[in-house]
Design a protein around this ligand. Structure first.
Ligand code: ZN
Length: 251
């Protein structure tokens, strides 16, 4: 099975990523962004794959091998930045002219985020090699690293990412389609974007904590949080309905 594009949610598992803060972990936010994009690309008929679809650790060696072996022409590696700046950045390989990186940055800008820079970086001791392993070790795949904003921004990135990450994720989908000649159509409605609710790590972590609490205080007799991976969305809704009824939380 060969794809055209592979979307890479950075970090995962024991590696939360540096672009984390009190509101989110980088690994969760980039997984949400990537799952959103994966679904949208599928909807738009772009053959697409992911390097991970859940909260698991993927080493740089495994990650770059997945990308190389995917058969993809392009890779979008999603990250959240740290270091006190503000705005989005896209990074391309020293061996790429950066057309896709520029197109993605432009699209994110149109969606309302400021762009800090589009750049490329080589190893300090070997200018023929890319600094980032996602460029250096992904072979012929044209990889663009997208940093959507800063987790420790003193300006407005934190609010922007909390409220508008889906807008920026969508912008990258649009920018990719336009740059590669794919037909783009927006999501059916803003509501569809608003309602998109991936079975993401963030949602799962919160549900898990809630189920564990409900068990600890005795509202649910079983600790379902341990079996979260086996529960469907409707199972979870069922458990919450049971909890509400048992506790007579509603009149
Ligand atoms: Zn990162």
């Amino acid at each position: 099975m060969s794809v055209e594009l592979i979307v890479d949610p950075g970090h995962g598992g024991k590696d939360p990523g540096g672009g984390s803060n009190q509101y989110w972990k980088e690994k969760d936010m980039v997984l949400d962004i990537s799952l959103y994009q994966y679904n949208r690309f599928k909807e738009l008929g772009v053959p697409v794959a992911l390097t991970r679809d859940k909260d698991v650790y993927v080493s740089p060696e495994q990650r770059t091998k997945i990308v190389r072996d995917s058969g993809a022409k392009h890779c979008i590696s999603n990250h959240i930045n740290a270091g006190g700046g503000d705005g989005a950045e896209t990074i391309h390989s020293i061996y790429s002219e950066g057309h896709l990186a520029k197109a993605l940055a432009e699209a994110i800008f149109k969606a309302g985020q400021n762009i800090r820079r589009v750049f490329t970086r080589s190893l300090p001791y070997d200018s023929r090699k890319d600094y980032y392993f996602m460029h250096r070790d992904t072979g012929k795949v044209n990889t663009v690293i997208v940093e959507y904003g800063f987790a420790d921004s003193k300006k407005d990135d934190i609010e922007q990412l909390k409220l508008d990450w889906k807008k920026y994720a969508e912008a990258v989908v649009e920018g990719y389609c336009k740059q590669t000649g794919r037909t783009y159509s927006p999501p059916r409605s803003d509501e569809e974007v608003a309602q998109f609710n991936p079975s993401s790590a963030t949602v799962k972590t919160e549900t898990k904590e809630l189920l564990s609490k409900l068990h600890k205080v005795g509202i649910l007799s079983d600790d379902w949080s341990a079996k979260i991976d086996e529960l469907s969305d409707s199972d979870v809704i069922g458990l919450l309905v049971t909890a509400i009824n048992r506790k007579k939380l509603l009149p």
